[in-house]
Write a protein that binds this ligand. Structure first.
Ligand code: ADP
Ligand code: ZN
Length: 518
């Protein structure tokens, strides 16, 4: 039997193990189970590939991503490893050859999609073969509250029952405490060794800004800082992906759209060009990126708010896998909050599920609105404490200015109340600023006591106040017309028992208005 160190050097060409790789591999070599939480790019694959080679029999890798499977198998074969995958894309005779190779002991690694593994025929086949281990990749897919839930993953606990002697390793880059607990519970890995790496990606600079003119903001970022660099621009909708890609091309960038609505050939082609050509920008929905192993992605820009902190972390994590300085830029606005809130409300699923989704969204918004170090807050979300401020995020580099928003907040909350807690932000702001538009008159809102009491702030500044009050749970946005409503939390503020510090908008986004500026 060849030693792990020997395999590391002679098959993979590396001198040393990285992070916890050595201990994880030892655990599997000893026949025990492991749960590995490691950020993207941390080197999870070797944790199961090496013991699969070092132990007798074939290692079975369960992965939800067929495209990724193919890439990995090709890379392994190029390194001389006897690897194969079984999935529905294979012609019958090829699948049969692979099955024979498995039974003959001629395979080191076999990649399977979960649905394939769970077919009774496949389980029977595995029962006849000599197996070295089971590796469950992207193990967070077992979490119902996560964004990548796969029902098939729930049945993977049958491996433990059917093959009790074969060690199992589950791996993921998503690791908030709750997901971790859920993976361990659902996959029967509570007594396994847990390996939790730091999730800090110090070479990524986190920057979050309010959206005012997102295209101009993006263009400025690309021109000033990212000329000729490869990067990913994420948008929420397919149509926005396409229009943004077109627009970037007009601006002279090599930009390609990527979303699930494009034909498979186009997607494959764009992915290939991104990997092979220099300086390609992919404009994509979240359909793009899971498992994309391109080391020199210099930036990830979000033109819409991610649904959760986990999603934000995953998506930004595609930047800078080579360890070189990279930037994650997120632009967000109140409209994102409303849109995502609506999507969550309309999504299928129980009330509990929707509540969980709302909570995740609020945590993401909280990250946007904080006035302290972003990285500390991000890592704290994954239950990791950073000793000091990072010095490499926008709030560290340019501490945001705050202002005493107590009075403004009280005005806004009273105006929401006076107008009946059913109008959206735009209308409430019109009333506060004393607009004479038709809607205001139609509802006699020029008669309420809060009419015109907020002329000191521009509409844009008021939107900032609304957003921050929504994030802090003083206001909720409800119903088809996105009406604002007060929550219990605003009582102390309305009674004058509490003050509130708000983040100041950058000067250029405060917006011009007829009224004098503050
Ligand atoms: P993950 O699956 O955790 O995102 P990978 O397994 O794809 O990460 O590894 C990320 C990169 O790091 C790959 O290019 C891999 O070859 C490299 N790598 C992994 N382990 C080592 C090591 N011990 N020494 C050097 N490079 C490594
Ligand atoms: Zn910081």
């Amino acid at each position: 039997m060849t030693s792990p160190q020997h395999i590391l050097e002679h098959v993979f060409g590396y001198a040393d193990f990285r992070g916890p790789q050595r201990q994880v591999i030892d655990t599997l070599m000893a026949g025990s189970d492991a749960l590995v939480l490691m950020p993207t790019g941390g080197g999870k694959s070797l944790c199961y590939q090496i013991p699969a080679l070092a132990r007798p029999g074939c290692g079975v890798v369960i992965s939800p991503l067929i495209a990724l499977m193919q890439d990995q198998v090709e890379a392994l074969q190029a390194a001389g490893v006897r690897a194969a995958f079984l999935n529905s894309s294979l012609p019958f005779h090829e699948a049969r050859d692979i099955e024979s190779a498995l039974l003959a002991g001629d395979l080191d690694l076999l990649y399977l999609a979960p649905e394939r593994l769970l077919q009774p025929r496949t389980l029977e086949l595995l029962g006849q073969a000599t197996l070295s281990l089971f590796a469950i990749d992207e193990a967070h897919c077992v979490s119902q509250w996560g964004h990548d839930f796969r029902a098939d993953y729930l049945y993977l606990n049958c491996l433990h029952e059917r093959f009790p002697a074969i060690p199992r390793i589950a791996l993921t880059a998503t690791a908030d405490g709750r997901t971790r607990g859920e993976i361990a519970r659902r996959l029967d890995l509570e007594s396994a060794e847990h390996f939790v790496s730091s999730f800090d990606r110090p070479n990524i600079q986190y920057r979050i800004a309010q959206k005012n003119n997102p295209r101009r903001q993006l263009l400025q970022f690309l021109k000033d800082e990212q000329q000729g660099n490869a990067g990913i621009v994420y948008c929420l909708s397919r149509s926005k992906v396409e229009s943004t890609a077109d627009w970037l091309c007009q601006q002279g960038f090599k930009a390609l759209p990527y979303h699930a609505g494009l034909p498979a050939e186009v997607r494959a082609d764009h992915q290939r060009r991104f990997l092979r050509e220099d300086g390609v920008i992919v404009v994509a929905t979240i359909a793009f990126g899971m498992g994309i192993d391109k080391p020199d992605v210099r930036f990830v820009a979000h033109l819409d708010l991610p649904k959760s902190v986990e999603a934000y972390y995953q998506e930004t994590g595609r930047a800078g896998r080579d360890g070189e300085p990279s930037t994650a830029l997120l632009l967000y606005g109140l409209e994102d909050v409303v849109k995502l809130g609506q999507m969550a409300a309309m999504s299928e699923g129980s009330e509990e599920h929707k509540r969980a989704e709302r909570n995740r969204l609020n945590a993401m918004l909280g990250l946007c609105e904080i006035t302290s170090c972003r990285r500390r807050a991000l890592l704290r979300y994954f239950a990791e404490e950073l000793g000091e401020d990072c010095g490499n995020c926008d709030t560290c580099l340019e501490p945001p200015q705050t202002w005493d928003g107590t009075q403004a907040a009280a005005k806004l909350l009273s105006c929401v109340y006076r107008t009946g807690q059913r109008f959206g932000a735009a209308h409430v702001i019109d009333v506060l600023r004393g607009s004479e538009n038709e809607k205001v008159r139609k509802f006699n809102h020029d008669q309420v006591s809060t009419y015109g009491i907020g002329k000191e702030l521009s509409a844009n500044e008021w939107r900032g106040v609304v957003r921050q009050l929504v994030v802090r749970d003083y206001l909720e946005v409800e119903g088809e017309f996105q009406g604002l409503r007060l929550t219990q939390a605003c009582r102390p503020l309305l009674r004058g028992e509490e003050s509130i510090q708000l983040r100041k908008l950058p000067a250029q986004t405060r917006g011009a208005g007829a009224e004098p500026r503050r």
